[in-house]
Design a protein around this ligand. Structure first.
Ligand SMILES: O=C(O)C(=O)C[C@]1(C(=O)O)C=C[C@@H](O)C=C1
Length: 273
């Protein structure tokens, strides 16, 4: 089974893939961007993909939500990975001489207080490991990369400062995506993408009331712009109820009766990595 994830070697996505998919049943394939992973799944270059969707400090990873809107994929699982971010430097670099810090946007955002205190410039890369690899290639002693311990080992970098994320207990939720509609018999969670019909006062309240009246607890709600008109949105919601449950089916059909477009992205259980 081919599994796509954000490369190069040493990303958190790689750690999540290595822990989630048993070694005897996986062929890991790296892609340069999160959206490329979703595209590879949708275009059937691979069977499955693993992508980050939400971080405990920074919130939703919008590259992923926007990719889910654009590509025809299903979500068949979620996995939560503890995240420890470190400042990596090349051998011989001195912490006081660091002027720039490199990483992927969500990782830089998780260390915003740290980089502000250090008074350094930040530079965006396509992944934490891509920043680490670029640092090795440039041998720049005035720059550091924010990445994992695995990335430090992979690229032979030094860990100048450990655990630089702004809050303790950091973790990222990953989604396992597939191009075959999974048959859901028993699951504890569901993810929906709701594109409202006509806008009207209390639109969001009406949508949320449908879930509340059916005793469905929502654990995640994220609005994304439709990108067609300012102030118009779609909503991702995650519910603590499998799609096989009668109340969940009712919620979907009531939403559709109200004229909202509902895409059931998937129904699954959580795995702790
Ligand atoms: O760059 C990586 O290492 C990734 O796997 C991506 C990513 C993300 O974009 O959220 C995954 C987990 C961490 O939150 C930081 C980076």
């Amino acid at each position: 089974m081919k599994v796509a994830y954000l490369g190069p070697k040493g990303t958190f996505s790689e750690e999540a893939a290595l822990r989630f998919f048993p070694p005897e049943n996986r062929e890991l394939v790296m892609y340069d961007g999160i959206v490329d992973v979703l595209e590879a799944v949708a275009e059937r270059e691979v069977n499955k993909g693993i992508v980050p969707i939400e971080n405990a400090i920074e919130g939703t990873i919008t590259m992923t939500t926007d990719g889910l809107i654009n590509y025809d994929v299903w979500v068949e699982g979620e996995a939560v990975l503890p995240i420890a971010l470190h400042l990596l430097t090349v051998e011989g670099a001195e912490a006081d001489h660091i002027r720039e810090v490199w990483s992927i946007g969500p990782a830089l955002a998780q260390c915003r207080d740290f980089t502000r205190k250090l008074q350094v410039k930040t530079k965006h890369y396509s992944s934490t490991a891509n920043a680490a690899e670029s640092l090795v290639k440039s041998n720049n002693k005035n720059a550091g990369a924010i990445a994992s311990e695995l990335a430090a080992k992979t690229f032979g970098l030094e860990i100048a400062k450990r655990n630089i994320q702004d809050f303790e207990g950091n973790s990222t939720r990953f989604l396992i995506v597939t191009n075959e509609k999974p048959e859901v018999i028993q699951a504890s969670k569901s993810m929906l993408l709701i594109t409202p019909g006509e806008d009207r006062p209390g639109l969001l309240a009406i949508i949320l009331n449908i879930f509340s009246s059916l005793d469905i607890n929502l654990t995640w709600i994220e609005s994304r712009p439709t990108k067609k008109k300012l102030g118009t949105y779609r909503f991702f919601v995650q519910a603590e109820m499998g799609i096989q449950e009668v109340n969940m089916q009712k919620a979907v059909s009531i939403l559709r009766t109200y004229g909202h477009d509902v895409r059931v992205l998937g129904s699954f259980d959580e795995t702790k990595l």
